[in-house]
Design a protein around this ligand. Structure first.
Ligand code: CA
Length: 540
């Protein structure tokens, strides 16, 4: 071993990450194992019933370890069910003791022992390794053996485009989320009623409402304890406000700042309008309209500030935020936290910048050394069949859901479980796992309350949700340059943002001019040029 190009690449990545190569021999499971006696050269013409892929049981190995916590479990009931249907059993090779998914992936690649199926979360890295020869090019296999994947890709051209590597070939199939909306604005309607106020329709009215929440004691306890605008995300809380002054690109945490303006890639926090936005936000902060602890409050902000009856407004995910009406109805009298129309921004536009991703960087592909590429692609195809998709989205019929009028409906035991959310219950059994499958929003709709659904419908039907910046991909060289420049730029942007909002430095022509100059010194122009190239390639 040791002479393959990708093994060197992976070893270099490990060294760059400061890892020792010594650990490389401990976690290797069986590779390309399984019933080799049954190996794959069975005639493809043989008719098998239902979803059966092979006549005799076949075991394929899989590396799956993602988000530092999801590790393939051979006992997941949902994959056991798939095994019954397809005759293919998956055997996980990733160590359950490992806690760093990225390191483990690099270790596995550098070892040169690559299982049949490999899951990963960084599409570009996977693509580069595919181009170097570590993973199979899937286009031909899909064409010949994967009718469901083929159908999906032809019906979802954006996803198909995203799944292509920089050389226009496909090595990696991605998880495709589903659903119409992400975040929306929520306001204490009972507070508005009490103060005789309407929901704010413009950014000026938004200011007035927050001011009234601050000064007029809407929770009625005689204390000036209201926190008008809060967020459970320290940076999104501020970034999500930028669009109110027409600054785009802030709301997408995975690609902070970037947006396209008539085909030209721009960076919101490098635009002149950013000065006005941040000046106003700093003013709001100073006047106590934004949570004083916005940068440190953390993920429990909603639970704490709504539960204490002091939080007035936030911008957050529809389903989970609307749930507070159910959670707090008996605790906070009259509690009514409802979605509202985004206030028209300073350009007079009603915009919601958050949106669901059309595609996700997680997915899987097939090792170039697999002895069973045809069976592997057929197995990947199974998850795109109607039954496979239902199994991954809803779990097992009779256990997690029943079919009612041909549609899966979760059992009460799942929906009304007070210990675990629906998604937790599914993930513990191997459902809603980010391999390549097409999510079905119907799975989520069933546990989204009417308040949230009403808000989602309003945002969707009125076209408030902006089209997301596309999931461009880079060549290997571009990616390392992008990461280097972007990290430096973003660190500086966020350091300044906090300083300005907190009032630690004034915002004026001089300080803003210096900021712009510093961004240029850090390579923002080069970064935009690089991004433009990737964007143009994606759009062509
Ligand atoms: Ca009060």
């Amino acid at each position: 071993m040791g002479n393959k190009k990708w093994m060197k690449t992976s070893a270099l990545m490990m060294m760059a990450a400061g890892l020792l190569l010594a650990g490389c021999s401990s976690n290797n499971g069986p590779q390309n194992s399984g019933n080799q006696a049954n190996a794959s050269k069975e005639p493809d013409t043989e008719q098998l019933s239902g979803h059966l892929i092979v006549k005799d049981p076949l075991e394929l190995t899989i590396h799956m370890h993602f988000s530092d916590k999801f590790i393939f479990d051979d006992n997941w009931p949902i994959f056991k069910q798939a095994e019954t249907m397809t005759n293919i059993k998956l055997k996980g090779t990733a160590s359950k003791a490992a806690t760093n998914s990225k390191e483990l992936f690099n270790t596995m690649m550098a070892s040169g022992k690559i299982p049949d199926l490999v899951h990963h979360q960084i599409k570009e890295q996977y693509d580069s390794l595919g181009i170097e020869g570590a993973f199979l090019e899937l286009d031909g296999l899909i064409e010949e053996h994967a009718p469901n994947i083929k159908k999906f890709l032809s019906e979802h051209p954006d996803a198909a485009k995203y799944m292509k590597a920089s050389n226009d070939k496909t090595y990696f199939l991605n998880f495709t989320p589903d659903g119409p909306a992400a975040k929306g604005w929520f306001v204490r309607q009972d507070w508005l009623n009490k103060l005789n106020l309407e929901q704010p329709k413009t950014v000026d009215e938004l200011y007035e409402v927050l001011k009234a929440f601050k000064e007029k004691d809407p929770n009625g306890n005689g204390a000036n304890d209201e926190i008008p605008y809060f967020s459970r995300s320290k940076l999104d809380g501020i970034y999500d406000l930028l669009i109110q002054w027409g600054v785009q690109g802030g709301a997408d945490a995975s690609k902070r700042g970037f947006y396209a303006d008539n085909g030209v890639v721009k960076y919101g926090m490098y635009e002149p309008g950013y000065k006005t936005a941040i000046e106003n936000i700093a003013k709001w902060y100073k006047e106590g309209l934004i949570d004083k602890e916005v940068f440190t409050r953390g993920p429990k902000a909603r639970d704490i500030l709504l539960g204490d009856n002091v939080g007035g407004m936030t911008h957050d995910w529809f389903a989970s935020t609307a749930n507070f009406n159910d959670i707090l109805s008996s605790k906070v009298q009259g509690f009514s936290f409802v979605p509202m129309t985004p206030p028209a921004n300073t350009d007079g536009k009603i915009l919601e910048e958050s949106s669901r991703k059309g595609t996700h960087a997680s997915g899987w592909g097939i090792s170039a050394e697999s002895k069973h590429p045809v069976e592997a692609i057929k197995y990947m195809d199974f998850w795109f069949s109607e039954e496979g998709r239902r199994l991954m989205n809803f779990g097992i019929e009779g256990k997690h859901y029943d079919l009612v009028d041909g549609k899966p409906k979760f059992k009460d035991s799942v929906l009304k479980n007070t210990e675990k959310t629906v998604i937790q219950q599914l993930q513990e059994e191997g459902g809603q796992i980010e391999l390549a499958f097409h999510q079905d929003y119907a799975y989520e709709e069933q546990w989204t309350n009417p308040t949230a659904l009403e808000g989602i419908n309003e945002y969707v039907n009125n076209g408030y949700i902006m089209k997301a910046y596309p999931p461009v991909s880079y060549t290997d060289e571009e990616r390392s340059k992008f990461e280097e420049l972007n990290a430096a730029v973003l660190t500086f942007v966020e350091e300044k943002l906090q300083k300005w909002v907190l009032g630690a430095e004034p915002i004026n022509d001089e300080t803003f001019g210096k900021y712009i100059k510093q961004l240029e010194d850090l390579g923002i122009k080069e970064l935009l040029q690089l991004e433009q190239g990737a964007y143009d390639r994606f759009m062509k």
